[in-house]
Design a protein. Structure first.
Length: 530
């Protein structure tokens, strides 16, 4: 049918409206309406919160308002004065140079890594060279001269870096760092094993000559795998042997200068290690001295002066928590705080916050030491009183030789009345003498007789009785009236038989009756005999 309309392509209503708008706009003379309708439309940008209420303002005002709002939101999330280091570069240039000229290379290196503006300022070759030069000249002891193939900032990064920075991949590790002077880098243990290999494992001897600076190579040296691959590709691009040999000689001469100075760098490294060890020891001693003064004065006020004497080692140092370490004691625990714990002439400057920080651990340790001290003092007191009883015991046995063969030890006598009350229940502040124990010497015959009866009964109970095994076996299956009657105890004459032997569970000794009663492992409180 001629009146039917041609089918149109499917499109969204939003795009159709945009097409109508473009058709309503005046077109150029070179283009028609169809080309304008097919022109791709630009996607509308999403409105941000900063320019929601900026209607009616110009574009520059909107941009500045958005930047101000964004900057304010970023500063709102920052605690303290963080992020204000970038404002340092807005100071006058001569003032910055005056400040930076007193900094060592390590501090200049940290500033160069702090922000992009400071990095651009401190790495400017025209102006910053004098700063780095004066910083290196002020070092004592001075490091070896800067190598020709390194700049002063690069050299400072090698000498004073605190993190791993191998040439292949940056690593932020701060532990187990070691200098690799052959490649001018500081590598941690993990990166060293990952990126370095020993020279004896290299496949190409030509590259080994380059990396070691010698003809045959040194097996103790290591090479960087990336440098090995770089030289391998360079040698692979050369066609004849002459060019390869020239390349090897050229690179060997370039690196031989570096290897000739290895002893200088290693000597400086050893010297720095010694100085660091001395500095750590000095700071540790300063902390210990300040800690001792702080602890003794405060703990004596709390009533722990009687415990402090037992907490000193052979060097005279207190064995208390927080005494060790190298961090100086300060008000807030930071190195930058100028209010240190100073001790000179008996004057100590300290803030209560530091004491409140370490007080709980100190009190807990002192209470533990006080409990242990009381236990030790109690044992010494009982040992002293028992020694007085031992003198009375020996006197009584010497006067009665007939009972010396079978008699309890003086420790057994100390656990019976009236000596038990005298030794254990007498107040600590009461001083006992030998006369206090001689008063009760007439009680010893009764104690000896009672001990022999108890010991004999106990040993008789260990002897198997006739029919006991049969009674147990039958009694286990019997009920009510079928149970066997208990057998009578063994006679005391059984103890004197030659076949009656006792075994000690502790020392495994086999003893007859009379030796078993006098055995050192056998007491009525701790029975190890069977």
């Amino acid at each position: 049918m001629s009146s039917s309309t041609a089918p149109t392509r499917r499109a969204s209503s939003r795009l159709q409206k945009k097409g109508v708008k473009f058709q309503q706009q005046p077109a150029d003379s070179d283009s028609d309406t169809s080309t304008v309708a097919l022109k791709p439309t630009r996607k509308k940008q999403k409105a941000t919160k900063s320019n929601v209420g900026a209607a009616g303002a110009n574009a520059n005002a909107n941009v500045s308002a958005a930047e101000a709002a964004k900057q304010k939101a970023a500063w709102a999330k920052v605690r303290g004065r963080r992020g204000q280091l970038k404002l340092v570069v807005e100071m006058p240039y001569d003032i910055l140079l005056e400040i930076f000229q007193y900094l060592p290379p390590a501090d200049l290196l940290c500033l160069a890594k702090a922000s992009k503006s400071l990095r651009a300022l401190l790495l400017d070759r025209s102006t910053a060279y004098a700063l780095w030069k004066s910083a290196f000249d002020s070092l004592d002891p001075a490091p070896p001269p800067c190598p020709d193939d390194l700049s002063l900032p690069q050299y400072a990064n090698v000498l004073f870096t605190r993190t791993c920075h191998c040439g292949v991949q940056y690593c932020s590790s701060v532990r187990w760092l070691m200098y690799v002077w052959e490649s001018y880098s500081v590598i941690c243990k993990a990166c060293f094993e990952r990126h370095f290999s020993p020279t004896w494992s290299a496949e190409s001897k030509q590259i080994t000559r380059i990396l070691t600076g010698g003809e045959n190579g040194i097996p103790s040296l290591y090479y960087l795998k990336s440098e090995y691959e770089c030289h391998k590709k360079a040698l692979g691009r050369l066609q004849n042997d002459t060019d390869r040999e020239n390349y090897v000689k050229k690179e060997s001469q370039r690196l031989s200068v570096r290897y000739q100075r290895l002893w200088e760098f290693r000597s400086w490294e050893t010297q720095q290690a010694v100085l660091k060890s001395k500095d750590v020891e000095a700071r540790r001693q300063n902390r210990t001295d300040a800690y001792v003064i702080l602890s003794i004065e405060r703990l004596k006020d709390l009533g722990y002066d009687d415990v402090l004497e037992g907490l000193t080692n052979w060097r005279g140092s207190l064995l208390l928590p927080h005494a060790k370490g190298v961090k100086p004691l300060t008000d807030r625990g930071s190195h930058s705080d100028p209010k240190l714990l100073l001790f000179a002439g008996g004057v100590l400057t300290a803030h209560i916050t530091e004491w409140e920080k370490i007080k709980p651990d100190l009190i807990a340790e002192l209470e533990k030491e006080r409990r242990e001290t009381k236990i030790v003092d109690r044992m010494n007191l009982l040992r002293e009183r028992s020694s007085l009883l031992n003198l009375v015991y020996k006197y009584y046995v010497s006067q009665n030789r007939s009972i010396a063969s079978v008699s309890p030890s003086y420790l057994e006598v100390a656990k019976t009345e009236p000596f038990r009350t005298l030794i254990y229940d007498t107040p600590t502040d009461t001083k006992l003498t030998l006369a206090d124990f001689l008063v009760h010497v007439d009680e010893l015959p009764k104690i000896f007789k009672s001990w022999r009866e108890k010991t004999t009964n106990f040993l008789l109970g260990l002897i198997p009785q006739e029919g006991s095994g049969k009674a147990k076996k039958k009694g286990a299956n019997a009920k009510g009236k079928d149970k066997d009657k208990e057998t009578a105890p063994a006679d005391t004459a059984t103890l004197d038989l030659a076949i009656t032997l006792f075994g000690c569970n502790k020392c495994k000794a086999i003893l007859p009756y009379h030796q078993a009663t006098l055995h050192s492992c056998f007491t009525l409180s701790k029975k190890h005999t069977q």
